[in-house]
Design a protein around this ligand. Sequence first.
Ligand SMILES: *Cc1c(COP(=O)(O)O)cnc(C)c1O
Length: 239
Amino acid sequence: MAKFDQRLHTLQQRIHRACLNSHRNPTSIMLLAVSKRHPAKAIETAYSKGLRHFGENYLQEAVDKIQQLSHLPIHWHFIGAIQSNKTRVISQYFDWVHTVANSKVAQRLNDQRPDHLPPLNVCIQINTSKEKTKSGIDFEQLAPLAQTIFQLPRLQLRGLMTIPAPSDNLQQQRQPFQQLYQYQQYCNQQNYPHSYPLDSLSMGMSNDLEAAIYEHTTILRIGTALFGKRAIKQDKEDI
Ligand SMILES: *Cc1c(COP(=O)(O)O)cnc(C)c1O
């Protein structure tokens, strides 16, 4: 699949250049391949080129692919909206959840995480766009939610995640990412019961990855730049 090789090469060049410009080590950044709306075959191709972390948004579609690819040691990340009746399946099938935005969901993921699996890695999703429709919490709700998660033994709070409003301007793109970095610093300076340092920032997609790299991202969530355009989501396919 020569097209995939080309896209991966171009993407790696972009990441490398942004890392050079910001004096960052590319190995400090995880490339999370967002494979939603692409078939298991596309994931196998990406896997064969060395990618190990894959992100999915739609639960039924994700579980189908996870089962098809169970022979591969892939780290699966859930990056879609979470309905609380889906937490059991999420806690069974995934290694990471990027979109935790309330304590009820956190508590359920904790309680439902199977004993034979390590603690589930989670990020708190922050709404940096101020749009009512975007999911994630406001800064004011961060401290209480983080404190709740620190107390949950089957969850490991890794960091913060955001999906900003789209922009084609680098300076505009940097603002929400800079905010997220500051929130992470803020959390790490508090002394909550059972707290530990947050080591992750899940931010940056195909169109704004350079801005995210400049602002200390540790996880780039890349779909289009790796797999090309996606098919339109059909709601009936999801559980
Ligand atoms: C789809 C999606 C991505 C990937 O977006 P691209 O622009 O295709 O790179 C990243 N993060 C989340 C939460 C997504 O839903």
